[in-house]
Design a protein around this ligand. Structure first.
Ligand code: 7RM
Length: 679
């Protein structure tokens, strides 16, 4: 394969002294323990409860000690944190300078150059590729030099549109090394969605692959980039890595990545960055149409992902960590790349799907790679559960120690199957709640605390440094237990997003102003009488399809572009496998004579093209009108009950302007379901 060929052309070994170009202080001053003066400030031994208290009551002592001991600094920080949640100013490790790529690569190469950093579990099963820390550093440096030679500078945004593969990880780390800001766009997004993100980030540079492979099928990623670039005049260069042997048409902007990398040196001076310089942007859906470019900065993010990776998954040196999320999502950033690599771990890069070539794929991979911690999404667990236990039991899973779940609420049935069938009742299941905005896991069991209770389908306890609060809709803090409310976090933590790219006002309005003094998550939660947390779902117009966030407004924006659509409302409905699916109610313009079925397939095509396939509404129902309040607001609550098949619980309809239309919609919904299920 071309990529492998290119790799074997690189010199296999690099003399050790060539890495000494990374003149960080910690190198010259000897072992890292020299940087742990405050670690001794914790009375030993301290249990998790004690540590948790310290973490929320003595923020500076706690994070200061960890910051010193877990991160290699070029210049030490002078202030642990300086945060004002009201104003939206969050700074951690001020005065400190560091390089994230050095933390994820060089310091481990120094200790164990041949330790495996990445195990690339390619789409084709049984052909994994192991990349050592030395090799990954080498790739990263060559790539960093290539970017610099082509004009990429510190602070520039670089869009990465690639599947989970080593070159994608090297691209992220190369940006980090030279101080560029990466924005990874999930390779399932359409050209229009990609273009929108490139434009918002104003990125002049794109890194992609010729083609992707997923579930045995070829995906024309470069072609999608070509279409996107047509809409983005600011793009000056497109680096194309060869994931397959196929030659794709290249234009003036296109640069063959491996060819250029081979001309470059295997060392690349890491740039000293301030703790609060931007590390990356990652776009995520909100309740209004336009995706938000959430910004994460260097030191706080890196430290938070490393610490959560260690304590939530009880990660120990030598473990093989298997997070199957795509690098295009925050889970891939934090728990495929930054957390595990900062800890010097071995991390699996999973390129395929849970059912390719068959529903045993995950567990066959666990057996072959001897994965110790497996981290996946409830949607996949639910899907695999349906295929039965045999696909699991066929494979040896005795390497597994911890099972993790992320992305959406995991229901009790799926949790129990995961625990008892996949884990043979031997592995704690950690249901980890967090968001793109939080950078890393915030609420989760901590099995590194032996003996601590874990209840099915509950995220359980706040992580170190996280103080959750439940608030009612009037903004009162609910102090009692056995209660539900809006989940907020009352103190800043190192991993939190700092802003929305180019729109700090929107950041404040979305997260900080709804409950002044608190970070508002947009999720509802229940606190049990033992004080454990259970997440109950989104409180805003965001739906979660297979663990992927989607604004219903984003889908409506696209649907409304169809010539026949006068008005639309997209609602999430419970979907057995995907968690939620999109259900579109459409009012057609007068004079259009299109059947509901044809309209549905046109709209599905449109949404697939403009956003992504998974965003396409599964159901499209044409209605004469939408239910509205007298002031003209669509009553989404009513539509929601209908799609949940709970039409008998419509609640207070006093503000509804036209009762007849609700009856019609209920009838139309019944008919549509009958047609779809053929009953
Ligand atoms: C990591 C990630 C965030 C949203 C979040 C929730 C939902 C995530 C859980 C969960 C219940 C969980 N980032 N969510 N994890 N709900 N239990 N363990 O998914 O930005 O893409 O999505 O996902 O609604 O707000 S994300």
């Amino acid at each position: 394969m071309a990529w492998l060929l290119a790799r074997t052309c690189f010199p296999k070994t690099i003399p050790r002294d060539r890495f000494s170009s990374c003149k960080t202080r910690a190198w010259s001053k000897g072992p890292l323990t020299a940087y742990m003066p405050e670690a001794a400030a914790f009375p030993e031994p301290m249990d998790h409860q004690g540590l948790y208290q310290v973490s929320v009551e003595q923020t500076d002592a706690f994070w200061g000690a960890l910051g010193r001991s877990r991160i290699m600094w070029i210049n030490p920080f002078h202030t642990v944190h300086c945060c004002d949640l009201q104003q939206g100013h969050m700074s951690w490790f001020l005065g400190g300078q560091l390089n994230v790529a050095v933390n994820c690569l060089d310091r481990h190469v120094h200790k164990a150059p041949n330790k495996v950093a990445l195990i690339w579990e390619k789409d084709e099963p049984g052909q994994e590729d192991q990349i050592t820390y030395r090799e990954l550093l080498e790739m990263t440096c060559r790539l960093g030099n290539t970017l610099k030679r082509q004009g990429v500078k510190k602070g520039d945004r670089v869009a990465i549109y690639m599947p989970s593969c080593p070159m994608a990880v090297a691209s992220m780390l190369a940006c980090a090394r030279i101080g560029a800001i990466h924005t990874v766009v999930f390779a399932g997004f359409s050209s229009v969605a990609l273009a929108e993100r490139i434009q918002d980030a104003q990125s002049e540079t794109v890194i992609t692959v010729n083609q992707g492979l997923r579930g045995g099928k070829v995906v024309q990623l470069k072609k999608t980039v070509d279409e996107a670039v047509k809409l983005c005049p600011m793009v000056k260069r497109v680096f194309v890595s060869k994931r397959t042997e196929e030659n794709v048409p290249m234009s003036d902007l296109d640069i063959p990545l491996e060819e250029e990398m081979m001309k470059e040196d295997v060392t690349c001076e890491p740039v000293a960055l301030e703790s609060e310089d931007f590390l990356f942007l990652l776009y995520t859906s909100g309740s209004t149409g336009k995706p938000k470019g959430l910004v994460h900065s260097q030191a706080g993010y890196l430290l938070y992902t490393a610490i959560t990776h260690k304590y939530v998954f009880d990660y120990h040196d030598g473990d093989v960590f298997g997070c199957v999320a795509d690098i295009g999502w925050i889970t891939g950033h934090s728990y495929v790349v930054y957390g595990p690599l900062c800890n010097g771990g071995t991390t699996v890069l999973f390129e395929s799907t849970p059912v390719y070539p068959n529903p045993g794929r995950y567990w066959e991979t666990v057996e072959r790679l001897k994965i110790n911690q497996f981290y996946g999404a409830p949607t996949a667990i639910r899907l695999l559960l349906r295929y039965g236990d045999d696909w699991v039991k066929k494979y040896d899973r005795s390497s597994l120690k911890i099972l993790g779940s992320v992305g959406e609420p995991i229901d009790t049935e799926a949790w129990k199957w995961y625990f008892s069938v996949v884990g043979d009742g031997q592995c704690p299941v950690v249901d980890t709640w967090w968001q793109t905005e939080t950078g890393g896991i915030c609420i989760s069991p901590r099995p590194s605390n032996p003996g601590a209770e874990i209840l099915p389908a509950m995220a359980m306890r706040p992580f170190f440094g996280i103080s959750p609060s439940l608030l009612d809709d009037k903004g009162n803090v609910l102090t009692q237990n056995d209660i539900s409310g809006a989940l907020c976090i009352s103190q800043a933590w190192p991993g939190m997003a700092r802003t929305i790219y180019n729109d700090h006002q929107r950041f404040r309005e979305t997260y900080l102003m709804p409950y002044p003094g608190y970070f508002y998550t947009g999720d509802g939660a229940y606190r049990s009488n033992k004080g454990y947390y259970q997440l109950t779902g989104r409180l805003d117009d965001v739906i979660n399809v297979s663990g992927h966030r989607l604004g219903t407004a984003e889908i409506e924006d696209v649907v409304n572009k169809h010539g026949a659509v006068a008005e639309s409302a997209v609602i999430g409905y419970p979907h057995e496998i995907k968690g939620e699916g999109a259900y579109a109610f459409i009012v057609m313009k007068k004079g259009f004579n299109l059947s509901q079925k044809n309209l549905a397939s046109e709209l599905q095509g449109l949404v697939s093209k403009q956003i992504a396939k998974y965003a396409a509404p599964e159901y499209v129902q044409v209605a004469r009108r939408l239910p509205k309040t007298r002031s003209g607001k669509i009553m989404r609550r009513v539509l929601k009950k209908i799609v949940e098949n709970k039409a008998e619980e419509l609640g207070d309809l006093t503000t509804l302007d036209d009762h007849e239309v609700v009856k019609e919609i209920i009838e139309g919904h019944k008919q549509l379901l009958q047609e779809e299920t053929g009953q």
